[in-house]
Ligand binder design. Structure first.
Ligand SMILES: Nc1ncnc2c1ncn2[C@@H]1O[C@H](COP(=O)(O)OP(=O)(O)OP(=O)(O)O)[C@@H](O)[C@H]1O
Ligand SMILES: [Mg+2]
Length: 457
């Protein structure tokens, strides 16, 4: 990065011209101002990347100029020039945000070198900013978080298909983000300025659902006192999201197939058909092919829906996403509750990573929200996680042989197995330092020595 245009501010004419010559020789474009107000005026009209400003000036001194600049262009690089006796002020200027200072009198090389340093810092700053944005962008798409290759693949596909009208079928367990993905497809595509309408096909009774989706004419059935637009008409040019599509009754499956094939709908009680331009995204947690086999779902509709399939992996299949999601939700709920949760203990994070997550991301989100609400510190510890979740970390399944019956001998053996395991772990962690191992085990040094002997370790 190299500056193009520099503003020099000094009340001494010879300094202004000396700098102008030197900087122009070095290839910069230079403008001059002889006092603060003139400098600020020039900053309004023109794009400068750097200001070199004298400190001691009548009217408005360098510090005041600096303060003003920070109000209008806080990211502008300012280098101050201090004459004899103004070093303290120069240092104060740096505290205020000036990049550096040069002491008068200075050689040309000195100011050029300072500029080079400033340019290099600017380059690094921009690079960092870019990198951070890239990382954020890379690991999230429209608020969908995921760095696993499986989720990255999902993001790529969303981008690829967002602009087309092709029907999309999203499958995945409950809470894997099906609705989130449907919205991302709509809002990142060319239909984003038209409606996104979500319908839960499982929540509305069959006969009502037909008129909900397609509308009805006045008098179509008892209670149809006025005609009604259906959701397909309301979603015109936009997207309709048919959630729980596996629950769509068979008679409506036929009608939906016609919409998909002909692009037209027929209101209940109407003889005419209406043209609609709607993209259909369907979602289900059921195995639709299985439903087809059972005769609950039409095969032709299944293939018509499944033009672009999306499978959302369960959280168990992408545990590497869990820490990222945890941080995402910690941030979200800290902001929502006004609490400042800054960290989470490794034990708590491990427990979260190891959990079964039958309810997937929704379950994780709920647990983090609860932890944030409950937490009395700035840190999430296992104490704020549901009990079952933490215990899971040392879940033991015991297979005790039928022949065993005595508590006395059986329990002793089981304890022995557990103790040996923990002692070995503690010794490994401390490189065989028995004093520190005993601390980790929370037993006395003597007790550890005794056990080592007893277990022949
Ligand atoms: N990858 C993700 N990143 C961030 N938040 C997510 C992610 N996946 C899901 N969520 C959040 O989890 C919750 C559940 O997501 P969503 O409603 O999209 O799931 P679903 O698959 O439709 O679930 P269901 O089948 O139960 O309806 C939402 O609050 C959503 O914001
Ligand atoms: Mg859903």
């Amino acid at each position: 990065m190299r500056y193009q245009k520099i503003l020099v501010v000094d009340d001494e004419e010879n300094i202004r011209y000396m700098l102008k010559l030197a900087l122009e020789d070095a290839g910069y474009e230079v403008e001059l101002a002889q006092n603060g107000p003139e400098a600020l005026e020039k900053l309004k009209d023109s794009v400068f990347e750097c200001v070199i400003c004298d400190i001691r000036m009548p009217e408005m001194n360098g510090l005041e100029v600096l303060r003003e600049i920070q109000g209008i262009r806080p990211d502008l690089t300012v280098i101050v020039m201090s004459a004899f006796g103004t070093l303290d002020t120069a240092i104060e200027a740096m505290k205020l945000g000036a990049y550096d200072y040069v002491s008068k009198p200075f050689k040309q090389d000195e100011i050029l070198l300072t500029l080079k340093k400033a340019e290099e810092r600017e380059r690094l700053r921009k690079e960092n900013l870019l990198l951070r944005k890239e990382v954020e962008k890379k690991y999230s798409f429209d608020n969908i978080i995921g760095k696993s290759t499986k989720m990255q693949e999902v993001f790529r596909r969303i981008e690829k298909i967002a602009d087309y009208k092709s029907t999309v079928l999203i499958t995945g367990e409950s809470g894997t983000g099906k609705e989130l993905v449907a919205k991302a497809i709509h809002y990142s595509g060319s239909r984003r300025n038209y409606p996104f309408i979500a319908v839960n096909c499982g929540a509305i009774p069959g006969d009502l659902l037909e008129s909900e989706l397609f509308g009805h004419v006045k008098g179509a059935f008892t209670g149809a006192v006025a005609s009604k637009k259906g959701l397909f008409t309301e979603a015109d040019k936009g997207t309709i999201f048919l959630d729980e599509i596996g629950d769509l009754p068979l008679n409506l499956q036929v009608k939906l197939l016609r919409v998909l094939q002909e692009g037209e709908i027929r209101r209940v009680g109407d003889t005419r058909t209406l043209q609609v331009d709607v993209r259909v995204i369907a979602a289900t947690a059921k195995d639709l092919l299985e439903e087809v086999k059972k005769g609950n779902f039409r095969e032709d509709l299944y293939y018509r829906l499944n033009v672009v399939p999306f499978y959302l992996p369960s959280l168990r299949e992408r545990r590497e996403d869990i820490p990222l999601l945890v941080w995402h939700f910690l941030k979200k709920y800290s902001a929502e509750t006004g609490k400042e949760i800054k960290d989470i203990t490794p034990e708590a994070m491990n427990a979260l990573v190891d959990h079964e997550w039958k309810g997937n991301v929704r379950e994780l989100e709920n647990i983090i929200e609860r932890a944030v609400v409950m937490s009395e510190e700035e840190m999430i510890t296992t104490e704020y996680l549901p009990e079952g979740l933490v215990k899971k970390a040392y879940d033991i399944t015991l297979k005790i042989p039928e022949s065993r019956i005595s508590i006395k001998t059986t329990v002793k053996e089981i304890v022995e197995i557990a103790e040996k395991e923990l002692i070995a772990r503690a010794l490994a962690k401390t490189a065989n330092n028995r004093t520190r191992a005993a601390e980790l085990l929370e037993i006395s040094h003597r007790a550890l020595m005794y056990k080592l002997k007893e277990y022949n370790m």
